[in-house]
Design a protein around this ligand. Structure first.
Ligand SMILES: Cc1ncc(COP(=O)(O)O)c(C=O)c1O
Length: 374
């Protein structure tokens, strides 16, 4: 495998240096938490730092399993982040030349790892005209029964924030079953939805499905490096465990212990986070309604949306992003992170404080004022 660094990682705010950004609207999670924010009485001094259960901390796995009907802890394999779980799924299901269908735009790894493997990749492009909604018929047209190995979707989606409804999810599950392919559903934003609608945890629908999620986005704990894969297919679960054992044997005892405590307490931890994210979304929506330079499609889940300059606005894209950061201390995720032009950018509304969000939104208009013509 020939690894290359992805622009989204090279140019990530943590690599740029958090101190160089005043209004950070490029993040894809809620605000990062301190241990002391979690309100847990953690006795880390007493923790034995042994090799843990290779599948992952049982308390954590039970808490994950509690999120889906009919799941138990043997259906859950913990990984160091959703990123590692995605890597294990892609590398275990695909060899060079194997056929995969992947949605684009997407979280960059979901495209990059199949490419690095040398898979025969078909992409289904989400379109503004469709409200960024996935066209399930377009996926169906690309799936080759008996040949396609992997169908890869993300819901709630990064970077658009759109969601599938249950009917479309079930259609995709049916497609995977008929093709005997694995349906990978990246559900990293599952605990952050804004419509009130909760679709089933996809892996509960069929043994052909693997669901991936983590502590990073909804809980603001990306530094824990805890994610997981859920599947009810024992063979697939065994394969994922084999992949994990070859990479890391088992996960971090400390990280998994903390994650288990947080997730088991999610009824207390999550509601204030979701309420805060929805307030930020309302602020952002009000701002969109009040200007004529940018447009987006309101996200239904997660903490990001994909923004674009309105068609009638001529912009020097490179200058816009440069001025935005250099003169206004504001950073967003430019389109090239997602294989789009930089007329598009991802806006993260859940990470900054309210003041930073408001200042960042004002900065978008200030930077546009000097780099656009209509
Ligand atoms: C959709 C999606 N999946 C997976 C990840 C990886 O998350 P982590 O490895 O921190 O759990 C991200 C991070 O941005 C993401 O947005």
């Amino acid at each position: 495998m020939r690894y290359r660094r992805m622009p989204i990682e090279v140019e990530s705010p943590e690599q740029l240096g958090y101190s160089t950004i005043t209004n950070n609207l490029s993040e894809s999670s809620v605000a990062d938490r301190r241990l002391s924010d979690l309100g847990l009485d953690l006795d880390l001094d007493g923790l034995v730092l042994q090799y843990g259960d290779h599948l992952g901390d049982p308390t954590l796995r039970a808490a994950v399993a509690a999120g889906g009907a009919g799941l138990d802890l043997d259906h859950v394999t913990v990984f160091p982040g959703a990123a590692a779980a995605l890597f294990a799924v892609a590398t275990s299901q695909l060899d060079r030349g194997d056929h995969a269908v992947v949605v684009r735009t997407n979280y960059a790894t979901n495209l990059e790892t199949p490419r690095t493997i040398g898979a025969d990749l078909d992409t289904v492009d989400l379109r503004w005209e469709d409200g960024w909604q996935l066209d399930v018929d377009a996926v169906a047209d690309l799936v080759r029964p008996g040949t396609t190995r992997l169908i890869s979707i993300t819901c709630p989606h990064n970077p658009t924030g759109t969601m599938l409804d249950e009917r479309d999810l079930r259609r995709l599950v049916g497609l995977a079953e008929r093709a005997e392919a694995v349906l990978l559903v990246d559900e990293t934003y599952r605990d952050l939805t804004h419509t009130g609608e909760r679709i089933p945890l996809a892996a509960t629908l069929s043994p052909f499905v693997v669901s991936i999620s983590s502590m990073s986005k909804a809980y603001g704990l990306p530094g824990l490096r805890v994610g997981w894969a859920v599947t009810t297919d024992p063979l697939l679960a065994e394969t994922l465990l084999a992949a994990k054992e070859q990479m890391v044997i088992c996960g971090s005892t400390i990280d998994e212990h903390i994650a288990g405590r947080v997730l088991a307490d999610r009824k207390r931890v999550l509601p204030p986070i979701v309420a805060e994210v929805r307030e930020r979304l309302a602020i952002t929506e009000a701002w969109f309604a009040d200007q004529h330079t940018f447009e987006w499609i309101r996200p239904s889940g997660g903490v990001v949306g994909l923004v674009r300059f309105r068609d009638e606005v001529a912009v020097d894209e490179a200058a816009f992003h440069r001025v935005l950061l250099a003169d206004h201390g504001t950073y967003v995720g430019p389109g090239h992170w997602f294989e789009l032009s930089d007329r598009y950018f991802r806006l993260g509304f859940g990470w900054p404080t309210e003041d930073e969000l408001r200042a960042g939104l004002d900065a978008l208009l200030a930077a546009a004022a000097t780099t656009t013509t209509t």
